[in-house]
Design a protein around this ligand. Sequence first.
Ligand SMILES: [Zn+2]
Length: 127
Amino acid sequence: MKLSFQGITIEDFERIFGDDAGCLRWLADKKWAEGFTCRKCGHHNYCAGRRPYSRRCTRCKREESATAHTPFHRCRIPIREAFRIAWICCHTPSVSSASLSKELDIRQMTCWKFKKRLLECMEHETP
Ligand SMILES: [Zn+2]
């Protein structure tokens, strides 16, 4: 899965990612854009899982959250701020963790680690 925020303006961003549910919905749409495949048994049918926007395999009942296997999984940064960082990194891959830290009031080391994780799986504009 490749994340990309290209073509999403700051106005779009505010609208789409305005709350946690919006972030999860967008992520789930991206992640399963080509349909759902259970990672355990390969089945394609699913029903809603217990958590918002998670999906559960109708055969083996394994549930997968919207954030699993994405950089947002078990992320220590609140999801909306994590998306903000992702958006910034997509448009400005050279942004420093120091300026992210300052802008979002998150520890620089946390920003640095998350940015590294993001850039590994993100489509971004090459400088
Ligand atoms: Zn399954």
